[in-house]
Design a protein around this ligand. Structure first.
Ligand code: PEP
Ligand code: MN
Length: 334
């Protein structure tokens, strides 16, 4: 409360808190009064409700706004089973493949190669969220058929992005993990629909989202009882323009501290250039990431999307061998 707040103004705040069913503790200092508002559901009420009351100096939220994604809700780290692959366990799960599915041969060749080199999941975009409407938008349904073929022929789970609510059912029938892209992290209509599924969902961090906003978005996915949510750090916008996005390595530790959800890192979209991908990937594994999402193309020169940041198959092979001792050094394996 403000220094000059009257007893009536303090009482008014207390009444307001009680009207929401909250408990109140008054801290009557010599300078000013602090009203502590307590209750399991304080997250449901906006701080503004109290901030607008006469005599209030400011409202500070002590509890985090997210709940289901928090360690308080679920103290042990979540391990998520994706068609037999455990994410959040001892294995550092590498998901690799082209940015976009471009043809049956391109996908199959890349998928076979990354699988042989130790990838546990194959990635491939069917619907691409492009910055320009004139850019290649993906092979859509045809790509889903190709991904399903990878899954059945190679016996490896596949991940692909869902860009809107219309195609959720279709994508869920073809893919093992549904990816929510950075641009959709706060597309709440999409998150709410996805929450109704029981499919594993990979939630990328928004381009300028704080860790708190990211975990609060994860709460949307967990809200209807879907427990299989994986987070993906892919870099955020900063003043630095020598890379596409600045990967926030510290977010791995912060997420692990506050949340039970597994977190993986996408070094490709952060780097924007293949030359920087291995270094970021190694740092991520050293920092305790549960996995990596890496773009690999059989011939990046011909890629329709993100060729510059895609690793060739030999470069991916080199990276996988570099990652092995790092994973072992932090008590994991690849
Ligand atoms: C992707 O993984 O292909 C992608 C579009 O990533 P992001 O949403 O992180 O930009
Ligand atoms: Mn891409």
């Amino acid at each position: 409360m403000r220094k000059d707040a009257s007893r009536e103004q303090v009482d008014h705040v207390v009444e307001r808190a009680h009207s929401f069913g909250f408990e109140v503790q008054l801290n009557l200092g010599t300078e000013k009064t602090v009203v502590a508002i307590l209750g399991g559901d304080t997250g449901k009420v906006q701080t503004d409700v109290f901030a607008v009351l006469p005599g209030v100096e400011g409202v500070t939220r002590v509890m985090k706004p997210y709940k289901l994604a928090s360690r308080e809700f679920h103290p042990k780290p979540s391990k998520i089973n994706v068609s037999g692959v455990e994410i959040g366990g001892e294995r550092v799960v590498v998901m690799a493949g082209p940015c976009a599915v471009e043809s049956e041969e391109q996908l199959m060749e890349t998928a076979r190669a990354v699988k042989d080199l130790g990838a546990a999941v194959v990635r491939g975009g069917a619907y691409k969220p492009r910055t320009s409407p004139f850019s290649f938008q993906g092979l859509e349904q045809d790509a889903l058929t190709m991904l399903a073929r990878v899954k059945s022929e190679l016996g490896i789970p596949v991940i692909t992005e869902v860009v809107d609510t219309q195609n959720i059912g279709l994508i869920a029938r073809h893919a093992d993990i549904l990816q929510v892209g950075a641009r959709n992290m706060q597309n709440f209509a999409l998150l709410k629909e996805l929450s109704k599924l029981r499919h594993p969902i990979l939630l990328k961090r928004g381009l300028s989202a704080t860790v708190t906003e990211w975990l609060t978005a994860a709460d949307y996915l967990l809200a209807e009882g879907n427990r299989r949510v994986i987070l993906c750090e892919r870099g955020v916008r900063t003043f630095e323009d020598s890379v596409r996005f600045s990967v926030d390595i510290s977010s791995i530790a912060v997420v692990k501290h506050f949340s039970h959800l597994p977190v993986i890192v996408d070094p490709s979209h952060a780097a924007g250039h293949f030359a920087y991908v291995p270094s970021i990937a190694r740092a991520a594994v050293a920092a305790g990431a549960d996995g990596l999402l890496i773009e690999v193309h059989r011939n990046p020169v011909e890629a329709l999307v993100d060729g510059l940041q895609s690793l060739t198959i030999p470069n991916f092979e080199r990276l996988m061998s570099e990652l092995k001792p790092i994973a072992e050094a932090v008590g994991r394996y690849i």
